[in-house]
Every structure is written in structure tokens, then in C-alpha cells.
Design a protein around this ligand. Structure first.
Ligand code: PLP
Length: 347
């Protein structure tokens, strides 16, 4: 190990994931490409066939242009007046659901709120008026439950959007609605382009195994065994004594903690891989370190590699598993890795 903790990102996996998703593909690279690092991710998605990029903020669009990216960029988030200027200066398309924004931007994608209840307009008349404007180049909506196979809002949203499209009397606009989950489950939701984020990183929008959709996880998280000590029955490790040894054992310290995004919710509740085997995290996750139970006869040593997300030997820990243990979703696991974790890209 060269660093205390490093996220290794296989840009070849990102490229292959893109190539496997429905086309045309708009790759969603907001929030530093879901924690995967913007620049190398963008190169990979373009190599994988993406023809559009989408971000949430104006600053993210400006950053793409600083990287000399010259494909169309869509800013999907709400924008202040100042941000709108930054977005249009970056020659990005923006999403509009008001006359004010539609008039202020050169190219807009009109957003209909079909049930997400967040951004977009619910007013069909307004949406139709905006859709008829000459600077409207796209029509879109966003699904709230595409990742929940038994929820009835998804088909209802799709139907509401289709109905709206039926009332728009033009065919020179780009129609898009599908996030990763919708892109993977429902061809009728693909329209002219899919907007995939989580799937391009090889994360499963359904929180199961990305392999079932032919997706390869791109990110793995590595650290090292920095210290090993013997712990006697009754002795504790970590803040608050939240774990005590029942048997004589060895405990190892791994220099990664919630200051890196390895959240405190994982206290006494996750595994790491060392020497090709699972070992349970024991005790409180602190800001800079975690402790793991190596067992009574450890075959590992100070300096050994520790895998927190990824494979080692026959064992594998998916971001989806870590998410379950954190009580969250895989999106938040990778996006939540803090800048203190260096990103190392390889192919
Ligand atoms: C983030 C986002 C997406 C991508 O969603 P994934 O579930 O990551 O594929 C698509 N559309 C909008 C409007 C978004 O905000």
C-alpha cells in the first residue's frame, strides 16, 4: 500500500457497463461521478458509447467544459439565477418547468412532474406551452419507484408521461425519462435516450447483485493492516467499549474511518477481507480507524492488504452489502467516500 486507504476504479468496467446499457445513453456523472472521479469516468463513458452527459449542478457542467468535454451536457438540478448563467456559459442544456427559466436559457428540456413530486411542473397547460417554445429541445420526467418492481406508481408515471407526449405536436425534441432501474426493466420507458447513473458504475439499482444485469462493479476500496494486538477475554477495543472479547483473540487496526466516509453506522456491523477471508469489524468506527477481529490464530500480518469493498481470493464484498449494513443504498456508499480517500484509476 502506498496510502492508508485508496479507492481503485476500473475505468474499463465503466466503459463495458455503458456499452451494455440501452442506447442512446446519457451518462449521469453528478457528484464526482458518484464518487468515482469525474475526469477518468467521463473518458470511460464516452469510450463506452455515451453521447450525452448529465450533471446536477451548474458548477459540475463548468467542470466538464474545463475538462474539454465537447458532447452535449444537461444540467438536471434547480438553478439560481447566477447558476443558470454559469450553466449557459458552459453551453449546457438546462431543465425548465417555469416561463422564467425557459426564457433565460438557450436550450431547455421541459420537465413534467408525473409523480416524483420534487422538480418539474404538474401543470399540463404550462408544460404544453413550454414544450411549444422554439428553444425547447427536450421533454422529460423522472421516476420515483422504478427500482421497486411491485409498486404501481412507476406504470402510472409512464402512462401520464406518454399521455402528455401525445398532446405535444412536435417530433423534433429529445424525449427521455429512464434512470438506471427503468432502463434495465422497461423498454417502453427508453424513448429517445436513457439517463443512467448508478448502473454505469456497476452498481445495482435494485440493491441486489449487479452481475444479474451483466454489470461489473468499478470501484473497490482498499486499506492495510496497520497494527495487530492480542486481546484477552473481557477486554474491550474502541470508544465506548462497544465490543468486548469473549475468548482470547487478536484484533487488527485498519486506518480508515468515518473521516473517510466509512460510516459510524458500521460499528460492530460489517466485514472486511484480509488474507482472502472475511473478518468482522468489531467496536466503534472512529474517525480515522476501525478494528477487526482476526481470531485466535490469525494467518495475517501487519502490512497485509485489507479490502473493504471488492474481491480478495474467493471472497467478495459488494457496495450493496455495505449499504444494507449502513441502512442505506449503494449510491450513498460510493458517493459518500470523502476526498481523504485517494482515487486511483486503472484499466
Ligand atoms: C440522478 C438522476 C438520474 C440517474 O439515476 P440513476 O438511478 O443513478 O440511474 C437520472 N435522472 C435524474 C433526473 C437524476 O437526478
Amino acid at each position: 500500500m502506498t496510502d492508508r486507504a485508496v479507492a481503485r476504479i476500473d475505468v474499463g468496467a465503466i466503459e463495458r457497463n455503458c456499452a451494455r446499457l440501452p442506447q442512446p445513453l446519457c451518462a449521469v456523472v453528478k457528484a464526482d461521478a458518484y464518487g468515482h472521479g469525474l475526469g477518468p469516468t467521463v473518458e470511460a463513458v464516452l469510450a463506452g458509447g455515451a453521447t450525452w452527459l448529465a450533471v446536477a449542478t451548474a458548477a459540475e457542467a463548468a467542470e466538464l467544459r474545463r475538462l474539454a468535454v465537447d458532447v452535449p451536457v444537461l444540467v438536471m438540478g434547480a438553478l439560481t439565477r447566477d447558476e443558470l448563467r454559469v450553466a449557459t456559459d458552459a453551453d449546457a442544456d438546462v431543465v425548465a418547468w417555469s416561463e422564467e427559466v425557459a426564457e433565460a436559457a438557450p436550450r431547455v428540456h421541459v420537465k413534467l412532474d408525473t409523480g416524483m413530486g420534487r422538480l418539474g411542473t404538474r401543470d399540463r397547460e404550462l408544460a404544453l406551452r413550454l414544450a411549444a417554445r422554439p428553444n425547447t429541445v427536450g421533454l422529460m420526467t423522472h421516476f420515483a419507484t422504478a427500482d421497486e418492481l411491485d409498486d404501481d406508481l412507476f406504470p402510472a408515471q409512464l402512462e401520464a408521461f406518454q399521455e402528455f407526449l401525445g398532446d405535444v405536436a412536435r417530433d423534433d425534441v429529445l424525449v427521455h425519462a429512464a434512470n438506471s432501474a427503468a432502463a434495465l426493466r422497461e423498454p417502453a420507458a427508453h424513448f429517445d435516450m436513457v439517463r443512467c447513473g448508478v448502473a454505469i458504475y456497476g452498481l445495482d439499482p435494485f440493491q441486489d447483485d449487479p452481475g444479474t444485469h451483466g454489470l461489473e462493479p468499478a470501484l473497490s476500496l482498499h486499506s492495510w493492516l496497520a497494527s495487530v494486538r492480542r486481546i484477552e477475554p473481557g477486554e474491550s477495543v474502541g470508544y465506548g467499549r462497544r465490543w468486548r472479547a469473549r475468548e482470547p483473540t487478536w484484533v487488527g487496526t485498519v486506518p480508515v474511518g468515518y473521516g473517510d466516509g466509512w460510516r459510524r453506522a458500521l460499528t460492530n456491523d460489517c466485514d472486511v477481507l484480509i488474507g482472502g477471508r472475511r473478518h468482522p469489524l468489531v467496536g466503534t468506527v472512529s474517525m480515522d480507524n476501525v478494528t477487526v477481529d482476526l481470531g485466535p490464530d490469525p494467518e495475517v500480518d501487519v502490512g497485509d492488504e485489507v479490502v473493504l469493498i471488492g474481491s480478495q481470493g474467493e471472497e467478495r464484498i459488494l457496495a450493496e452489502e455495505v449499504a444494507r449494513r449502513m441502512g442505506t443504498i449503494n449510491y450513498e456508499v460510493t458517493t459518500g467516500l470523502l476526498p481523504r480517500i485517494r482515487r486511483e484509476h486503472f484499466r
